[in-house]
Ligand binder design. Structure first.
Ligand code: GLU
Length: 335
């Protein structure tokens, strides 16, 4: 039976490196008809963040990564960890239990990550541990602990880490280091998932490729129906024409506001606006209105300003297409 686990520490929104592990584990389980256990590694109380586990669960849900078992919190398995430590550990002078150089149970009786991880990988019959290469050094010790417990160690697969574009450890300074950062930046979940799937199990460290992620964002938005796109933006489907020009959901929200929340301005371009109203009254569509105005050297910037209150934004033809005729006339009149 193939069984993997994803074992984040509950420190808040998933770090992109952790998300890469999660996707790789899900992919591996699906590929082999196996199971995926979600385990929350909360043995280090000092690092636990209030709501951290919930944030991770919601990030996984957002990415479309389900789990077949769990979530199991290591802190709830304290009794079992302690019992295992007594079976395989030796007391030291301070009252901790050790296995060679490694502390299994601290003097205060709390289990360490090494102990809890080995015991849980053993008890939950994990066949493959897939995680970042920063844990490579733990594999040998964890195998030994599992053998000491009378088990057969899993196969360990370590993937390269996801680094910033400058090759440094990924952090806020790079613009995005967690799933929450990308979500806030308006990158759709499908694009993030596709990017992480594309990376697969990198043998070596990889640099976060924001241009690639942005390209996938454009593709993911293009694949959404008008209804779905509007729903994600929280806008009525009538504004879909302007949303289509956006490269991410944050930009789409901004574009929607141009149509839905015009800013008050006065525009001094009476001839263009008169012509604009005639064309709209004549029933021309957005593209035709823009063409006709261009043909007579009309001041398109002023039309945009009159309709949205902004100097720049989505394509003017899309703005015109997104507004009802009465509203177009009203805005042109009031400017
Ligand atoms: N909890 C560890 C971390 O978040 C992962 C432990 C493991 O996969 O063995 O880095």
């Amino acid at each position: 039976m193939i069984k993997v686990r994803f074992a984040p520490s509950p420190t808040g929104s998933l770090h992109l490196g952790g998300a890469l592990s999660a996707v790789a584990n899900r992919h591996f389980a699906d590929e082999h008809g196996g199971r995926f256990l979600l385990r929350v590694d909360d043995t280090d109380a000092a690092r636990n963040v209030e709501g951290g586990a919930e944030a991770i669960e919601s990030d996984l849900g957002w990415l479309g990564i389900g789990w077949d078992e769990g979530p199991v919190r290591q802190s709830e398995r304290y009794v079992r960890h302690r019992e295992a430590a007594h079976v395989i550990g030796e007391p030291d002078a301070e009252g901790a239990l050790r296995f060679g150089q490694t502390t299994l149970l601290r003097a205060d009786g709390t289990p360490t990550y090494q102990l809890a991880s080995a015991v849980d990988d053993h008890d939950f019959e994990i066949s493959h541990v897939i995680r970042g290469s920063d844990h490579r050094a733990n594999a040998e010790l964890q195998s030994e602990l599992i053998r000491a417990l009378g088990g057969e160690p899993p196969e360990y697969i370590h993937h390269g880490l996801l680094l910033g574009e400058d090759g440094q450890k990924l952090s806020k300074r790079h613009g995005a280091s967690s799933i929450a950062d990308l979500r806030d930046a308006g990158i759709p979940a499908e694009a993030v998932r596709a990017y992480l799937e594309e990376l697969g199990l990198p043998r070596h460290d990889v640099h976060l490729d924001m241009p690639r992620l942005r390209r996938l964002s454009i593709e993911a938005l293009a694949a959404l129906s008008d209804e779905e796109l509007a729903a994600r933006v929280g806008a009525p489907v009538s504004v879909a024409p302007v949303l289509r020009g956006a490269r991410d959901l944050a930009e789409a929200r901004e574009y929607a506001s141009h149509v839905l929340e015009p800013l008050d301005v006065t525009v001094d371009a009476p001839e263009t606006l008169t012509r604009f109203r005639e064309l709209v009254e004549g029933g021309l569509d957005g593209g035709a209105v823009v063409r006709e105005l261009k043909a007579v050297g009309g001041d398109l910037k002023s039309v945009r300003l009159a309709l949205t209150g902004r100097e720049r934004g989505p394509e003017l033809r899309a703005v015109i297409a997104a507004l009802p005729r009465d509203e177009l006339l009203r805005r042109a009149r009031e400017a």
